[in-house]
Design a protein around this ligand. Structure first.
Ligand SMILES: [Zn+2]
Length: 226
């Protein structure tokens, strides 16, 4: 198995979650990721001498792919109806604690003119609850932003630690931002650490881990390209 993973909720929108050997799009823009909650528009990214610091990017530019990279954190790709505006988001625990998912939904709503209930979102390959142990300060930081959903996504591990379902927390954040349950896909949500054949993993490979690239492309206002 190689190439990109796709999600049925994004049918009709050009997108892909990267694996180790997936080719990058010929042309794409991506922000300089800093584990925060800033979300930039692709126009600002494209015209800047250096990519702006952000962990989400929103585009309504037809044909220009926007992307984020990950190695265990959660990649999320979102789209407004028929893909007229799209977003790529990098959500690790720090970005989640800062509210990056909600911020991306807000910018996509503003750029697209669609309501949150009209958006779709796909959750891509990330470290699973099987492998993602965090400590109490991380849970407390997540609880400040996500309330009871943070504890609901955690189950006890050794003392002072928990195994965290990061993807589950992203899903909860998307619902909280107004997306309907059926609009959130997880077809590509597999554990990066458990599958060295297909995925890079920071927890497994350390600082030398490679990065997976995930991309999505807006279609023109009257186009329905797949
Ligand atoms: Zn795992």
């Amino acid at each position: 198995m190689s190439g990109h993973l796709t999600d049925p909720v994004l049918a009709g929108v050009r997108h892909g979650f990267g694996t180790r050997d997936a080719p990058a799009p010929d042309v794409y823009v991506r922000p300089h990721q800093v584990h925060g909650a800033a979300v930039v528009e692709a126009t600002a990214c494209r015209n800047a001498a250096q990519p702006p610091d952000a962990d989400g990017i929103v585009s309504a530019l037809p044909g220009l792919a926007v992307a984020v990279v990950t190695a265990d954190c959660v990649p999320v790709l979102l789209a407004a109806p028929v893909g007229t505006a799209v977003s790529a988001v990098h959500a690790g625990w720090r970005g989640l604690a800062a509210g990056v998912v909600k911020a991306a939904v807000e910018v996509l709503v503003r750029v697209s003119g669609a309501g949150p209930a009209e958006l779709v979102a796909a959750i891509g390959p990330h470290i699973g609850p099987c492998c993602y142990e965090v400590d109490e300060p991380v849970l407390e930081a997540l609880e400040r932003c996500h309330g009871s959903a943070a504890r609901a996504a955690a189950r006890p591990a050794r003392p002072g630690h928990a195994l965290l379902d990061l993807g589950g927390l992203v899903r909860a954040a998307l619902f909280d931002a107004g997306l309907p349950a059926a609009a959130v896909g997880g077809a590509a949500a597999v554990c990066t650490r458990c599958d060295p054949e297909r995925f890079h993993s920071h927890r497994r490979d350390g600082a030398r881990a490679g990065r997976l690239l995930h991309h999505v492309t807006a279609s023109g206002p009257t186009s329905s390209q797949g």
